[in-house]
Design a protein around this ligand. Structure first.
Ligand SMILES: Cc1cc2nc3c(=O)[nH]c(=O)nc-3n(C[C@H](O)[C@H](O)[C@H](O)COP(=O)(O)O)c2cc1C
Length: 209
């Protein structure tokens, strides 16, 4: 598929057919994800694809339980509809044929080598530099989504489940120094997909000359 076609076709897919995603296709999506730019040239990412339904159910269960703790039952501003929507948007990966967990280890920038001579530590500098660790993961995830489309699949980037990242990390054995950042649900869409209407280009772009 042409790049422009892939980019324009991509849309978040949240419901899937039962057709499994073969391991070689998952591997190819991750290979393309890992061609993304990365802070300091450090490939900080790692990916774990889960296709085991029992494990996926456990993962969804810990997310649902966490949201029950996070969203208080006695706050009238939080309607049952809101709760249902939060649960759906955060646990939909349970019904996908595969979910790819995106992990990253901390990066070391050149400036970290002289940190003891500066007033700032790594975390402060990471914040001052607008979180290059998270931006790196974002670049890889976008590549992954486009690779999925190119291979005939649909996908959805998910950070909703991350409220339960500690519990999820245990379930999928995320080991130090890696941390869990996001999930990507992957599969064949069970309906025709229609990309969202985009904001006109002139509303979001200017040239300063
Ligand atoms: C950082 C990030 C986190 C997201 N987390 C979720 C999520 O937890 N659940 C969900 O259903 N969609 C999630 N999405 C998908 C967005 O809702 C979606 O991209 C947006 O509504 C635009 O629709 P489109 O992807 O079809 O263009 C996330 C997207 C991004 C970029």
């Amino acid at each position: 598929m042409e790049f422009i076609e892939v980019a324009e076709k991509r849309t978040s897919v949240r419901s899937f057919t039962d057709e499994p995603v073969p391991a070689d296709k998952l591997k190819e999506m991750v290979r393309i994800a890992a061609t993304a730019p990365c802070i300091g040239g450090k490939e900080t990412w790692k990916f774990k694809a889960v296709t085991n339904k029992a494990v996926m159910k456990k993962m969804a269960d810990v997310v649902k339980t966490k949201y029950k703790e996070v969203l208080p039952g006695n706050d009238e501003r939080i309607t049952e509809n809101t709760k249902r929507a939060v649960e759906m948007f955060s646990s939909l990966f349970e019904k996908a044929p595969a979910v790819i967990a995106v992990l990253a280890e901390p990066y070391t920038a050149i400036v970290d080598q002289v940190l003891s001579e500066t007033a700032y530590n790594h975390d402060e500098l990471n914040k001052m530099r607008n979180y290059p660790d998270i931006q790196t993961i974002g670049a890889a995830i976008q590549n992954l989504l486009l690779a999925a489309v190119n291979l005939g699949y649909g996908a959805c980037w998910l950070t909703g489940p991350m409220v339960a990242k500690e519990e999820l990390s245990k379930l999928i054995n995320v080991e130090n120094p890696y941390k869990l950042f996001a999930f990507v649900a992957v599969g064949k869409s069970d309906k025709e997909t229609v990309p969202r209407t985009k904001t006109p280009i002139d509303n979001i772009f200017e040239i300063i000359q």
